[in-house]
Design a protein. Structure first.
Length: 425
C-alpha cells in the first residue's frame, strides 16, 4: 500500500522518484492479483464441499463472479494507477459481494483474507481503509446473522468474532502501511542520495577539468610560449644579421633557434605524457638552472651569474626523491623561467643573478630562489600579469611565498621561498 501525496513529502525530482516507486509497486501488484484470484477459487471449491447446494450456491457464485468482474474492470486498474474513484467503485462491489456470499454459507468468510487486504492496498490514506474495514466487518456480520435466521442471538454471537477479525485486520493493515511507507521513504532517500552522489561526482569532474586546464595553461605559458618567443626573437636576429652580411652571426642565431625548438618539442612531449619538466629529468635543480642560465645568455647576450653554493645537496632541490621534492623543484624552476622571461621582455638588463640557497631557522628549513637584474624594472601593473599570477599560484600550492620588488641597486628582484623537504638540517 502507498500513502497519498498530501504535500508534506519531498518535492525534489518527483517524476524520477514516482517512476521508481511505480515500477516496484507494479511488481508487488502481480502477486496480489494471483493471491486474490486463488482465494476466490478456493472459496468456489469449498462451498460445494461444505454441502452447499441449490439456489444459495448459485447466488454465492454470482456474487463472487461479480467480485472478480469488478476487480478485472476496476480493482486491478486502481491498484496500478492508485486512482481513488476507481478503487472506491470496486470496494463497493467487493463489500456487497462478500456479504452476499457469506450470507449463503459461513465457509465464504475465506474471502475476508483477500477483502481486508485489498482494502488496505487500494484505499488511501489509512483512515479510508479503516472505515472500509469497519463497513466490511459489519456487512459480513449481517450476512452471518442472515444465514442463521437473522435473530438477535445469532447476531450477538457473530459480532464478537467479527470484532476480533476487524481488530486484527486494522492492526495488520496499519503495520503493513507503516512498513511500506518507510520502505518507500528509504527508497526515495536512496534515490536522492544516488542523485546527489552523481551530481557531486560531476561537480568534482568539472572542477578537475578546470584545474587541469589552468595547470596546462600555466605549463604552456612557462615553457612553450616562452620558447616560441625566443624562436621568434632569434629568427629576427638571424634575418637582421643576414641583411648585414654577417653570416657567422646568423648561423649562431639559427643554431639557437634549432636548439630552442628542440627543447620546446621535448617540453611538449613531456606535457602530453604528464612527465616531469624536461630540464629536471635525470638531473638536479642546480644543473637545470645552470642550463637555463646558459641558454638565456646564448639567446640574449645578457650574462647570467648562477650561485647555487650550499644548495645542491639540499633535499628539496634534488630530483629523484619523494613526489613532494619534485613538486618543489618544479615550482622553483618555473619561477626562474618566468623571472628570466620578464627580464627578457621588460628589463633591458645588462646582467642577471640567480641564487639558490637553503635557509635553516633551527625548527624549519626553506629553499630560497632569488633572481635579480640591473634593468629598468617591471612596468606598472605587470605584477598582476598572467606569468606572475601563475607563479604565485604555483608557489602557494607548495606552501611557499613569492615577493617581487625593486632591487637594491635598481632593476627587479624576484624571491621565492618554498619549504625544504626534510625540515631543518
Amino acid at each position: 500500500m502507498t500513502t497519498a501525496d498530501d504535500g508534506d513529502g519531498p518535492a525534489a525530482d518527483p517524476y524520477e522518484t514516482a517512476d521508481l516507486d511505480d515500477a516496484a509497486w507494479d511488481r508487488q501488484v502481480v502477486w496480489w492479483d494471483r493471491t486474490f484470484v486463488a482465494i476466490v477459487l478456493l472459496t468456489v471449491a469449498a462451498l460445494p464441499l461444505s454441502g452447499q447446494r441449490g439456489t444459495s450456491l448459485w447466488v454465492a457464485y454470482v456474487a463472487m463472479a461479480a467480485i472478480l468482474g469488478a476487480y478485472a474492470a476496476w480493482g486491478a486498474r486502481a491498484a496500478r494507477s492508485r486512482d481513488q474513484r476507481t478503487a472506491a467503485a470496486y470496494v463497493v462491489v467487493l463489500i456487497a459481494g462478500t456479504s452476499v456470499t457469506v450470507a449463503q454459507n459461513g465457509v465464504a468468510t475465506l474471502l475476508l483474507f483477500g477483502a481486508f487486504t485489498q482494502l488496505w492496498m487500494l484505499l488511501e490514506p489509512e483512515r479510508r481503509a479503516v472505515v472500509a474495514s469497519v463497513v466490511l466487518a459489519a456487512a459480513t456480520t449481517v450476512g452471518i446473522a442472515y444465514q442463521g435466521g437473522f435473530d438477535l442471538p445469532t447476531l450477538l454471537e457473530a459480532a464478537p468474532q467479527m470484532a476480533i477479525a476487524l481488530a486484527f485486520a486494522i492492526m495488520l493493515g496499519l503495520w503493513v502501511a507503516t512498513t511500506m511507507r518507510r520502505s518507500e521513504e528509504r527508497a526515495r532517500l536512496l534515490h536522492e542520495l544516488r542523485r546527489a552522489q552523481a551530481e557531486l561526482a560531476e561537480s568534482h569532474h568539472a572542477a578537475g577539468v578546470a584545474a587541469e586546464r589552468e595547470r596546462l595553461a600555466r605549463e604552456i605559458h612557462d615553457t612553450l610560449a616562452q620558447g616560441f618567443t625566443s624562436v621568434v626573437t632569434q629568427a629576427q636576429a638571424a634575418t637582421a644579421a643576414l641583411d648585414r652580411g654577417e653570416q657567422d652571426r646568423a648561423r649562431e642565431r639559427l643554431l639557437v633557434v634549432e636548439q630552442t625548438a628542440r627543447d620546446n618539442l621535448a617540453e611538449a612531449r613531456a606535457l602530453v605524457a604528464a612527465f616531469a619538466p624536461v630540464p629536471l629529468q635525470g638531473s638536479t635543480l642546480a644543473e637545470a638552472l645552470r642550463r637555463l642560465a646558459e641558454r638565456f645568455t646564448a639567446e640574449t647576450g645578457t650574462p647570467v651569474m648562477l650561485d647555487v653554493a650550499g644548495a645542491t645537496e639540499a633535499p628539496a632541490v634534488a630530483v629523484g626523491g619523494a613526489t613532494g621534492h619534485a613538486a618543489a623543484d618544479v615550482v622553483l624552476l618555473r619561477a626562474a623561467q618566468e623571472a628570466l622571461a620578464n627580464v627578457r621582455r621588460h628589463a633591458g638588463a645588462r646582467a642577471v643573478t640567480i641564487r639558490l640557497t637553503r635557509v635553516d631557522t633551527g625548527t624549519a628549513a626553506d629553499v630560497r630562489l632569488e633572481v635579480t637584474d640591473d634593468g629598468r624594472g617591471l612596468p606598472p601593473g605587470q605584477v598582476d600579469g598572467l606569468g606572475l599570477a601563475g607563479m604565485r599560484e604555483r608557489v602557494s600550492a607548495v606552501g611557499g611565498t613569492l615577493a617581487v620588488e625593486p632591487g637594491e641597486d635598481g632593476g627587479t628582484r624576484v624571491e621565492v621561498h618554498v619549504p625544504a623537504a626534510g625540515g631543518a638540517a
